[in-house]
Design a protein. Structure first.
Length: 468
């Protein structure tokens, strides 16, 4: 790794080297290497970590510890950096990044785990000595000892702004999120600080693994028999509390899949809206990698008990070739095309129902990727909202009068949600809550906004529009 090249160990014997090292250090080294890969190579933590653990033969409790340390540190580093700044004569951005990452890892152990303070400090100092050098290890030692002097609850009033003076700053530091994301969440929650705090706290938890049983292909009962537990809302959902989803035959055979419950419900809601006349031609305009298309395709083909009778056919489109290919793997009956949905290849009014699951900031799924919140950029919003408007307009034109469009984002940001929908002409906005009667706490309507802290789902937005 670049870190090793920048700080060559020059053949110096490693203290306690190789096999004598306590097993826990394997976990810390893996967590540290993951953080460096995220920083240096823009690695995705949730993709790299399983591979790294497998390659190094780290399993069981060590694997769980490595994952918890790395993911927890990546999530919490906004808070930890504020504390490090108070304990250091340098600002975090002036600290050599490999040293800073190790100190963050130590801070996480001290402030949010049950690792005894002396072990957290000495293991981190050893890590810095071995991986960076003796001088930096002394620097890390001095900072970590100061951090260890207080509990997190005692640090927060010192480092977080007074909420009365700066609510956004207070929440941003206390719950380790960028300020602009906190501001966007507060706006979407009508300024409710308690709700925002609960949402930010939920973002810091790992989400449950949720599976979808694709109707006509797998049943919830089959998944329950394979060890899953019932989910809360979706008639097609179960939770998997342990084990590899790929080990379940229905998942391996793409009859079932990993899919958040809100992702299932927005697709289900689209299929529940009554339409007069023909109802056989469905469109998914932004289908890749195919989560919602997989469910829509199954409902279109087989129907669901008490819901849509089936007998419809899905056309699934995506602008990216490789994502369109993934849609082909998740669907059975659908036609899949690789095209730009803003330049449609069909005549107007060709469809009865359309799904627009638009590209967005993904602020509703931050809990899924520990580093995601630090990578998102508010400067992407104008370009995204322009594309969202174009895709929604294209979908509205694609359905016939009386047909229905679902506009969906995995973001609660008002510019990506309400403001896009409210700019669309030629439609009646339906009260989307009516089509999800099994779900509570959906707000004042007419839109549906799911929340991690209320529903245990991603913060997915749904608008249902009938073409006039
Ligand atoms: C939020 S993702 C869709 C997720 C998908 N519906 C699912 O449930 O798995 C947005 C998708 O829109 C696609 N996309 C972006 N611009 C597009 C365009 N102009 N036309 C069609 N698809 C587009 C992206 O490639 C991406 O796959």
């Amino acid at each position: 790794m670049r870190n090793d090249r920048r700080h060559p160990r020059g053949g110096r014997p490693q203290r306690g080297g190789g096999q004598d090292r306590p097993r826990r250090d394997e976990a810390r080294n893996a967590a540290y290497d993951l953080m460096r890969a995220v920083d240096e190579r823009d690695a995705y933590a949730n993709l790299l970590m399983p591979r790294m653990l497998r390659d190094r033969g780290i399993a069981g409790r060590d694997a769980a510890l490595a994952t918890e340390l790395a993911y927890g540190t990546l999530r919490g580093l906004g808070t930890y950096d504020e504390i490090i700044a108070v304990c250091s004569d340098r600002e975090p951005y002036d600290i050599d990044p490999p040293v800073l990452d190790a100190i963050r890892l130590g801070a996480h152990q001290l402030l949010r785990t049950r690792v005894p303070a002396h072990a957290a400090v000495s293991a981190t100092v050893d890590l810095v000595r071995l991986r960076v050098g003796v001088g930096p290890s002394r620097f890390a030692n001095a900072i970590l000892r100061k951090i260890a002097g207080r509990e997190l609850a005692d640090w927060l009033p010192i480092v977080a702004p007074d909420p009365a003076a700066d609510l956004v700053g207070h929440l941003a530091v206390s719950y380790s999120h960028p300020r602009w994301i906190v501001a966007a969440f507060l706006d979407a929650l009508g300024g409710d600080a308690d709700q925002a705090a609960a949402l930010l706290a939920a973002d810091n938890e790992r989400p449950k693994v949720t599976l979808v049983a694709r109707p006509g292909r797998a049943g919830v009962d089959e998944l329950l028999a394979a060890g899953a537990t019932p989910a809360r809302y979706s008639p097609h959902a179960v939770h998997l509390t342990e084990g590899d989803p790929g080990g379940i035959p229905a998942v391996a055979e793409t009859r079932a899949a990993v899919q958040d419950e809100a992702s299932q419900l927005v697709a289900v809601a689209l299929t529940r809206v009554p339409v007069e006349g023909g109802d056989t031609r469905w469109l998914d305009l932004c289908a890749g990698p195919g989560g919602k298309a997989g469910l829509l395709d199954a409902i279109a083909a087989h129907g669901v008990e008490g819901g849509h009778p089936g007998g419809a056919h899905l056309l699934a489109a995506d602008a990216q070739y490789h994502r369109a290919r993934l849609v082909r793997q998740t669907t059975r009956e659908a036609a899949v095309v690789n095209l730009d949905g803003t330049v449609p290849a069909w005549r107007p009014a060709a469809f009865d129902r359309a799904m627009v699951d638009a590209p967005c900031t993904g602020l509703g799924a931050l809990r899924r990727r520990p580093e995601a919140r630090w990578r998102r950029d508010p400067r992407s919003i104008p370009e995204l909202t322009k594309l969202q408007r174009e895709l929604l307009a294209s979908a509205v034109e694609a359905v016939r009068p009386g047909g229905v469009v679902a506009y969906v984002t995995c973001s609660p940001h008002l510019e990506e949600t309400r403001e896009v929908v409210e700019g669309q002409s030629g439609v009646e906005v339906l009260d989307a809550r009516e089509f999800l009667p099994e779900v509570g706490d959906l707000g004042d309507g007419p839109y549906v906004q799911f929340w991690p802290h209320l529903h245990g789902t991603d913060a997915m937005f749904l608008a249902l529009l009938r073409r006039l």
